[in-house]
Design a protein around this ligand. Structure first.
Ligand code: HEC
Length: 173
């Protein structure tokens, strides 16, 4: 009996410790304005002011998933609370302040590149105001702004606010 009590207490303690250590997403930061958005600022937001690994996975698309060209063979897609908390979105328009982070992984599931979309009011009204950026794993900016490559390909999903992985109005799993 004593042993069972000790075991239960240890399990409980471990659970409490685990939850205390699990980092939570920092929320409530001001959304980017047109004047301040840049690749560098965006990296700072997802890797310093917040840690994108504390964001939630795109609902229904959790963990490592197979990807398509030109991104990685595998990927993981995270989105900040501002976006995830508003899903499903009936009019398929993500809110300003939404940030989507995609880790592009190699065939060995090693991190290659990080591609990001951030919705910034007034940035590119013709294409729903998405600011695109690509980073190497050290945070060096490889592409930023509205590069033709990113915009043209994502335009295929114009009706879903340029987001490809999932319909914004899909009911949550
Ligand atoms: C040739 C087409 C193509 C180009 C070019 C492209 N993407 Fe994508 N992107 C995709 C596809 C397809 C997906 C869906 C996930 C997957 O299969 O990898 C995607 C998904 C994403 C996502 C996750 C959100 C979503 O829309 O599903 C982000 C973020 C992203 N791309 C950023 C970028 C950035 C930044 C660039 C430019 C540097 C870029 N993409 C260029 C095809 C493209």
């Amino acid at each position: 009996m004593k042993r069972i009590v000790i075991l239960c207490c240890t399990a409980l303690l471990l659970m409490v410790l685990f939850n205390a250590c699990k980092k939570k997403e920092v929320t409530g930061l001001p959304v980017f304005t047109l004047d301040e958005i840049s690749g560098e600022r965006l990296w700072n937001r997802i890797a310093v002011e917040t840690d994108y690994k504390t964001y939630r996975y795109w609902p229904g698309h959790e963990g490592v998933q197979p990807g398509q060209s030109p991104h990685g063979i595998f990927h993981r897609v995270f989105a900040n609370s501002m976006l995830v908390d508003s899903l499903p979105i009936q009019d398929r328009k993500a809110p300003y302040g939404a940030i989507i982070v995609k880790e592009n992984l190699s065939i060995d599931k090693e991190l290659n590149q990080i591609t990001v979309m951030a919705k910034v009011e007034g940035f590119d009204p013709e294409h729903n105001d998405w600011f695109y950026a690509a980073f190497d794993k050290g945070g060096n900016v490889l592409a930023e702004g509205a590069p033709d490559g990113c915009v043209n390909c994502h335009t295929g999903m114009r009706d879903n606010d340029y987001i490809i992985i999932q319909a914004l109005d899909k009911p949550l799993p």
